[in-house]
Design a binder for this molecule. Structure first.
Ligand code: ZN
Length: 204
């Protein structure tokens, strides 16, 4: 399986990182070894001193496809969950300055802590009004709503499936709202989808 990620999908987050609003979705991949499931702790690696959390809605592919139309896009998704797109901001900044790829800053081992809870997509009344938030040591740090996305689910699925065939079980991280920040050892990150706790991740 693969993990497709969208960057710069919320205007307020683009502003906080001094990026430009993209005309097309910004796409990158993480390898399967990036996954961290079962509410396991994340071990802070030696290669970075500035790892940031990014709380994101994650789509799970249920039906394979390629070059999917926007009108058929949602039929290819079977469930929604939450995850963290952990980012080595120092390595990413270096790569951006040099015009190099982001892979090591985004795709390192366990850079994608993921909830074990999958909510069937049919349970959502309105895909453009899904609320989610993240608490860091009990303080709400990120508060997002899919209505604030620049590129909605349909566009993300249609756009990325031109390049990457979607296989059953693939995951799509849909971008982070504003409020990203660094993690530190002993932090506890808790992710909530419409008020329901989905993931706990302790930093060690
Ligand atoms: Zn992200």
């Amino acid at each position: 399986m693969k993990i497709i990620c969208i960057g710069r999908n919320y205007v307020e987050h683009i502003k906080e990182l001094n990026n430009l609003v993209p005309e097309k979705p910004v796409v990158f991949l993480k390898p399967e070894t990036a996954l961290l499931t079962g509410n396991q702790p994340f071990h802070y690696p030696d290669f970075s001193h500035d790892i940031h959390y990014e709380t994101e809605i994650v789509l799970r592919v249920g039906t394979p496809g390629h070059s999917i139309s926007e009108s058929a896009a949602i039929d290819h998704i079977d469930a929604i969950t939450l995850g963290l797109d952990l980012t080595a901001r120092d390595l990413q900044q270096y790569a951006k300055e040099k015009g190099l790829p982001w892979e090591v800053a985004k795709g390192f081992d366990h850079s994608a802590p993921l909830s074990d809870i999958y909510v069937p997509i049919g349970e959502f009344q309105d895909l453009k009004n899904i609320q989610f938030h993240m608490e860091l040591n009990g303080d709400k740090k990120q508060d997002g709503n899919t209505g604030l996305m620049i590129f909605p689910f349909e566009r993300i699925i249609s756009y990325t499936s031109q390049f990457f065939s979607l296989a059953k079980g693939d995951l799509i991280f849909t971008g982070t709202p504003k409020g990203v920040g660094p993690i530190h050892k002993d932090d506890l990150l808790e992710l909530f989808l419409e008020g329901k706790k989905m993931l706990s991740c302790r930093i060690e």
